[in-house]
Every structure is written in structure tokens, then in C-alpha cells.
Design a protein around this ligand. Structure first.
Ligand code: HEM
Length: 487
């Protein structure tokens, strides 16, 4: 440590430094170091020097000094490492596509309306038609809640981004075509889960060939998303259509590398959405007061949209504007994600520079990492009283509208909620993600009676193996049951 640099925590292990202690429980580790060193400190982790900023009032200072910091290099390198495509950094010459721009263009603005419309249709198809055999006799179906959220969101989200298989003449009838399609998607889900299990290890730098079955799962996902196979599908999203075009026109990637860039999009679209959906529904099932408020809000939006709920094949349709008018569901989803998110923001120093914070300044060396760990903020009792408790209306003000004033030390915070990251690299799919979860809930409440098998079941703990990468998964599943309402 040189003069003017943040206090250094070297750890005891050569090279690994603090990696193991950090990896075991990042929140506890960072809290302990914050107590020891104050609001900024450096950890030596696996050969890198990571400067953690823990004061939420410094976050803004970091964003303002963006010219010294690179957010892309780390993302590009991680994506190539985990998904196995060549570098997507235009500086390295494989492609001139600006991926971030492609994502913003096809996940927000007008493109979002089309995604929402397709998702509404696909969710109902998946919940009512594709799973019909389970629902036939109007009796209760018991299942793991995580398994259910995983299947419904994966199948619907996959169909929304990658479309449906085109009719082939070999198919005898519609239902056998649906069965084949469903089998293909559930097979993709199995491969997705197998690959997702080792995702943290790949990000940490372990080579995929150490994991035989996950490697083969990733290759199979790639094969399913080869351009020649995507061309056999109908209703591809604008995101996938544009990405195929740009792969073909702006890159020198071979067919499998192109496919692997689609595997990356598939992963980004599902890996956080699935656990976020689980936590939202779990907390609702545990909180009758929240459930009453949520179902009432959905009913009233359906009534004012003049949508009736029936099982005669006519689907409910709610557009973006109607879904945007659900502040209670917004607050519930935010609260569930506050409690389960452990994303981390990284920036890499492009050169030696002085980082100016509110009251002090620190020297940062080229290639060092500056990081934020917003779970510290989400669990800060000064900002969120009783931070480990789910309060469905935490993000609502007295008028029942979105609450945006949160304080620390008597000062209003600009950054108080960050599951989607912040600044330029903020998740481009965040609006779609929240709409998807709202649609899922609105449809569950409309079509099903639903309850936990054991209403006293304990809240599962957060599986820390994915800390730093987004929404944490539950460490165990929870049984619930559901049946179609008599409509
Ligand atoms: C609850 C669900 C979601 C959460 C919590 C989430 C969170 C995040 C976070 C934390 C990042 C990294 C931001 C940073 O580095 O600062 C990210 C990036 C990204 N997300 Fe999401 N995300 C979610 C859903 C989605 C969905 C549904 C899509 C697409 C359909 C999506 C597409 C992406 C993409 C493409 C990136 C990379 C952006 C880039 O590098 O330009 N995400 N997400």
C-alpha cells in the first residue's frame, strides 16, 4: 500500500488473498472490513486489487468519474469466458457491433410493448395449455415453488425471445406439435440448469472443460440456437432478429460462436428473473395482507381494462400502460428483490488516477477494480428499518404511490435500490423483467387458487454461491399447491 491509497486487506493466503473468506459470505466479510477500515478499503482477491466503496453517498462520485473507469472490458471478458464465444470487444476486431446499444434498442421503447404482448400470450399458453395434463381434474397439484417458477418463466420467456417452432408437415396434429415443442424447451431448461450451476466457477476463471456435463449442456444450448435452427422458428423477438443480422453482417464469428452470443442473451434473460419470480411469489404466499392487497389491485386493473377471466380459450390481455398502473405489485417485487439481490458493480481503472469522494480522495492504480456491493445498502437498518423483514408496502408512500425518499444520516439518498446495477451498465432488460413478473402474478391470481403446503414453512436461506452475480437462489425448494379456479 502506497501513500494516499485506501487501507489494504491482504488476506492470509498467497495469491488468493481474501478470495475464500469473501466467497464464503461476502456480506459478512464486507461488513467486518467496513467496521475495521471505514467506508473505503482494498481487498487482495485472487491476484487483483479490489477497492470497495461502501458509503452510498460515494456511489454518485464513482459514476461521475467514469472517464477513468472502464465498465465494458470486464463484461466482455466475463461473457467470452462463460459462454465460449470469441471476444465481443470491438477493439479486438471480431465484431463492430455495439452490444449495449443493440440491447437498449430491442428491450426498451416500442420494442418493449411487443415483448410484453408476446409474454402475456405465452404465459397463458404455458400455464393453461402446455401444462394442461396436470390441471385436468380440477384437483390440487402439489409442486416445488422454485421448480414451478423455473418451468413457467423459462418456457414463456424462451418462446417470447426465440419464438415457436414453425409448423412442420410431419406433425399429426396441434397437440402433438405442442408436446414436441414443450419437450424441446424443457430439454433446453435442463441444459440451462446444468450450465447455470457452474456459472460462478466460470466467472471466477475456471475452464469449462473441468466440468464435463456442464460443457456438453452449453454446447447443446448453442446447437439449439444456431442461426439455421432459429430460422426454423416463427415470431422471433426483435432482439434476436437484430442480433442475428448483426452477427451475420458485422462479425467474423463462426456459426457456433454466433449461437453462443444467443446463449449469453438467454442466460441474461432467465438467470435472475427466475429467482426474482420465486421470491416475489414466496413472500406473497407467506403474507396474507400482501396477497390481499395484490389480488385487489390486479382485480381492479382487470375491471377497468374490461377484461374478463375465463377458461374458454379467450386470453386476458393487459398492455404496458395497464401493467404500469400497479404500484402495489411494483412495491412487492422491489421488496422481494431487495431481500434477495446480491449483484456487484465493477469498474476497471484505465490509468492511475485520483478518486475524489465527498470528503476525501484516494489514489487508484491502473487495472485495479473499483467495486460496489449494494446488498450492504439493501440491508442497512438505517435506510430500511427492520431490514430482514418483508414489508410489502415499503416502497409505497402515504398516497399509495411509489416511494422514492429514503434517508441515511438524515440525508436523502440518490441510490437506495440497485438490483439492476447502476450508471451506464445498468441492466437493459430491467423494465421487461418487472413486467414479466407482474404478468406472471396477475395471471396466477386470475386463474388459480394457490397456497403453501405448510403455511408455517421457514423462509429458505439465500444460496451464497452466486453472490456478486445477481438475484440469489433459495438454498431449498418449498412445496405449494394450486388448482384452477371454478370460473
Ligand atoms: C430480475 C431480473 C433481472 C435482474 C436482477 C438483472 C440484473 C442485471 C445486472 C445487475 C446486470 C449487470 C449490470 C452492471 O454490470 O452494472 C444485468 C445486465 C444485463 N441484463 Fe439483466 N437482469 C434481469 C433481467 C433481465 C432480462 C429479463 C433481460 C433480457 C431480456 C436482461 C438482459 C441483460 C443484458 C443483455 C445485460 C448485459 C448488458 C450489457 O452488458 O450491455 N436482464 N442485468
Amino acid at each position: 500500500m502506497r501513500q494516499g491509497e485506501p487501507p489494504l486487506e491482504n488476506g492470509f493466503l498467497p495469491y488468493l488473498g481474501c478470495a475464500l473468506k469473501f466467497g464464503a459470505n461476502p456480506l459478512e466479510f464486507l461488513k467486518e472490513k467496513q467496521k475495521k477500515h471505514g467506508h473505503i478499503f482494498t481487498c487482495h482477491v485472487a491476484g487483483k486489487y479490489i477497492h470497495f466503496l461502501t458509503d452510498p453517498f460515494s456511489y454518485h462520485a464513482l459514476m461521475r468519474q467514469g472517464k477513468h473507469l472502464d465498465w465494458k472490458k470486464f463484461h466482455f471478458a466475463t461473457s467470452a469466458k462463460a459462454f465460449g464465444h470469441g471476444s465481443i470487444d470491438p477493439a479486438e476486431g471480431n465484431t463492430t457491433e455495439n452490444f449495449h446499444q443493440t440491447f437498449i434498442r430491442t428491450l426498451q421503447g416500442n420494442a418493449l410493448d411487443a415483448l410484453i404482448e408476446a409474454m402475456m400470450e405465452n404465459l397463458q399458453y404455458v400455464m393453461l395449455q402446455s401444462r394442461a395434463p396436470k390441471l385436468q381434474s380440477n384437483t390440487w397439484v402439489t409442486e416445488g415453488l422454485y421448480t414451478f417458477c423455473c418451468q413457467v418463466m423459462f418456457e414463456s420467456g424462451f418462446l417470447t425471445l426465440f419464438g415457436k417452432e414453425l409448423n412442420s408437415n410431419n406433425d399429426k396434429n396441434l397437440s402433438s406439435k405442442q408436446e414436441t415443442e414443450r419437450a424441446h424447451i424443457l430439454n433446453a431448461l435442463e441444459n440451462f440448469k446444468e450450465f447455470d450451476k457452474i456459472f460462478p466457477a466460470l466467472v471466477a476463471g475456471l475452464p469449462i472443460h473441468l466440468f464435463k456435463s456442464a460443457h456438453s449442456a452449453r454446447e447443446k444450448l448453442g446447437e439449439a440456437l444456431l442461426h439455421k435452427n432459429l430460422l426454423k422458428r416463427d415470431n422471433l423477438s426483435e432482439l434476436v432478429t437484430l442480433r442475428m443480422f448483426l452477427n451475420d453482417t458485422l462479425s467474423t464469428f463462426d456459426d457456433m460462436e454466433k449461437a453462443k452470443t444467443h446463449v449469453a442473451v438467454l442466460w441474461a434473460s432467465q438467470a435472475n428473473t427466475i429467482p426474482a419470480t420465486f421470491w416475489t411469489l414466496f413472500y406473497l404466499l407467506k403474507s396474507p395482507e400482501a396477497m390481499r392487497a395484490a389480488t385487489k389491485e390486479v382485480q381492479s386493473v382487470l375491471e377497468s381494462a374490461e377484461e374478463s377471466v375465463s377458461l374458454n380459450g379467450k386470453h386476458i390481455s393487459l398492455n404496458r400502460k395497464q401493467l404500469d398502473n400497479m404500484p402495489i405489485l411494483d412495491s412487492i417485487i422491489k421488496e422481494a428483490m431487495r431481500l434477495s439481490s446480491a449483484s456487484m458493480t465493477f469498474r476497471v481503472a484505465k490509468e492511475d488516477f485520483t478518486l475524489h469522494l465527498e470528503n476525501d480522495a484516494y489514489n487508484i492504480r491502473k487495472d485495479d477494480v473499483v467495486a460496489l456491493y449494494p446488498q450492504l445498502l439493501h440491508f442497512d437498518p438505517e435506510i430500511y428499518a427492520d431490514p430482514l423483514t418483508f414489508k410489502y408496502n415499503r416502497f409505497l408512500n402515504e398516497n399509495g404511490e411509489e416511494k422514492t425518499d429514503f434517508y441515511r444520516n438524515g440525508r436523502k439518498l440518490k441510490h437506495y435500490y440497485m438490483p439492476f446495477g447502476t450508471g451506464i451498465a445498468k441492466c437493459p432488460g430491467r423494465l421487461f423483467a418487472v413486467h414479466e413478473i407482474k404478468q406472471f402474478l396477475a395471471l396466477i391470481f386470475s386463474y388459480f387458487e394457490i397456497e403453501l403446503v405448510d403455511s408455517n414453512v421457514k423462509c429458505p436461506s439465500l444460496d451464497q454461491s452466486r453472490a456478486g452475480l445477481g438475484i440469489l437462489q433459495p438454498s431449498n425448494d418449498v412445496d405449494f399447491r394450486y388448482r384452477l379456479k371454478c370460473l
